[in-house]
Design a protein around this ligand. Structure first.
Ligand code: NAD
Length: 454
């Protein structure tokens, strides 16, 4: 497999892909270790994860540069990701014992009752490339703490990072017969679906997620899916500082070059402040520097995958053909690398792909609305249900909108944010099940009910 730097299109490394046979072998290795791992006292499992947490900091310079070379995100954002991943790990370190402890339900009666949380067994962690540390730790950290064995398949676009993760986990004392990286593309993922695993935890596109759910349905094991979105942001007419909101919305749209599952993907602005909002938004968008992600001044790196350039181009062209007006950017940069200039399109409608299909890049459509009712109608007009954001001075007015959203997450005066203490979940085509928070600790164990007499 060739690992390509999306900023230069150079091959940075060649890595051998796993075969079906080598993946079966890795599964057998973990089969030998998982029961013993589950018997290791919880505090020792947590202590190993704590070492991993420290190593991520110790090696952050190497890890950040490799992440940027592999997926193209601006270097500071690679550091931010490592930092964010460490915060999530810290949450698991601090909170797992509480949520994995046995629970006495009845201690006084003749029949005493308790719940004991047992690991699922051996799980697959099939992961995405856009935040390989963040979406990885959501799964393999609580899974390992919970006593499971993990077959971790990083995205083929984040393989170097996946190998770093494995190396640092081993260095931290996670046994080789409990964690194995599976290297490869779709066929490697398919080989995992063909194994009799005890759970499938997937982060990626709706298309692949749905396929995995269908393929694994007959196994009757937990399947969790963290999928894409078309997340709306609505700016009400009562916001105090239109410029600050425009800057926040822009950051939510283009951070990580727009490749966040919870990126702001479409914006609705109340007609009373629309012109002012557009002025600031467009002038800020024009200031963004697109280029070499290793340069400090760069705000927008390349998109990670070549095919995405064609998709973004098509969305912008479709919008323009239907009456959309491009106010900044508009297309790819010429020369080497998968660069797309941050693009703002107005005069948009839901007849355009730009407003209905996930873009996953630095392009955004902004639509004028006359009131909250129209905004809610448009915000809800999507098969996705990951997040929705509202900016307003009034909590009551914002709450009225948030309550109507069929999404796993809602934001008031913020956007594009994840908290380790809150469940991360998508509804409808955005996913199934939750990671993070205590839900994301319990997701990797199964309850056993004890009925005790005597
Ligand atoms: P993808 O679906 O192309 O790939 C995801 C993973 O699935 C990769 O590891 C890939 O190799 C594997 N895969 C591909 N075909 C497979 C098959 N047939 N069987 C098993 N595995 C297979 O997604 P991607 O491009 O890596 O990620 C981008 C998508 O992920 C976006 O839609 C984004 O919104 C979503 N995402 C969601 C979240 C979330 O938390 N909801 C987080 C990050 C990314």
């Amino acid at each position: 497999m060739h690992i390509i730097n999306p900023a230069t299109e150079e091959v940075i490394q060649e890595i051998a892909e796993d075969t079906t046979e080598s993946i079966q072998k890795k599964y057998k290795i973990i089969q030998e270790g998982q029961v013993a791992w589950a018997a290791v006292p919880l505090e020792k499992r947590i202590a190993a994860i704590e070492k991993f947490y420290n190593f991520l900091d110790e090696e952050k310079d190497t890890l950040a540069v490799d992440l940027t070379r592999e997926v193209g995100k601006p270097l500071q954002q690679s550091y931010n990701e490592l930092n964010g991943a460490r915060q999530r790990i810290q949450y698991f370190i601090k909170n797992s014992a509480r949520w994995l402890a046995e629970e006495w339900i009845t201690e006084e009666d003749a029949t005493r009752e308790k719940i004991v949380y047992e690991p699922l067994g051996i799980i697959a962690n099939i992961s995405a490339w856009n935040y390989p540390y963040l979406v990885g730790v959501n799964v393999f950290v609580p899974a390992l703490i919970g006593g499971n064995g993990v077959l971790y398949k990083p995205s083929e676009y984040a393989t170097i990072t996946g190998l770093h993760i494995q190396r640092l986990l081993y260095r931290a004392g996670i046994p080789e017969n409990i964690f194995q990286v599976v290297i490869g593309k779709g066929p490697a993922g398919q080989a995992l679906l063909d194994l009799p695993l005890d759970g499938y935890f997937f982060t990626g596109s709706y298309r692949t997620g749905k396929y995995i759910a269908e393929q694994t349905a007959g196994k009757l094991v937990p399947v969790q899916l963290e999928l894409g979105g078309k997340d709306p942001l609505y700016v009400m007419d009562d916001v105090d500082d239109v410029s600050a909101v425009a800057a926040a919305a822009l950051d939510g749209a283009v951070y990580n070059t727009g490749q966040s599952c919870c990126a702001v993907e479409r914006i609705y602005v109340h007609e009373k402040i629309y012109d002012q909002f557009i002025d600031v938004f467009v002038s800020e968008a024009k200031k963004l520097v697109t280029g070499n992600p290793l340069d400090k001044a760069t705000g927008i790196g390349p998109v990670s995958r070549k095919e995405q350039i064609a998709l973004l181009k098509e969305q912008v062209e479709d919008a323009v053909a239907k009456g959309g007006k491009v106010l900044s950017g508009g297309g790819p940069l010429s020369g080497r690398g998968y660069f797309f200039v941050p693009t703002v399109v107005v005069n948009v409608s839901h007849d355009m792909k730009l407003m209905t299909d996930e873009s996953f890049g630095p392009v955004i459509g902004i639509q004028k609305v006359k009131d909250d009712r129209e905004a809610v109608k448009l915000m809800k007009d999507t098969p996705y249900g990951l997040t929705a954001a509202v900016y307003s001075k009034s909590y009551d007015r914002a709450e009225n909108v948030m309550k109507q959203m069929d999404t796993g997450t809602v934001y008031w005066n913020c956007c594009d944010r994840v908290s380790a203490a809150l469940p991360w979940s998508g509804r409808k085509n955005s996913g199934l099940g939750a990671t993070l928070s205590y839900h994301g600790i319990r997701a990797f164990v199964q309850p056993k009910a004890y009925h005790l007499r005597g």
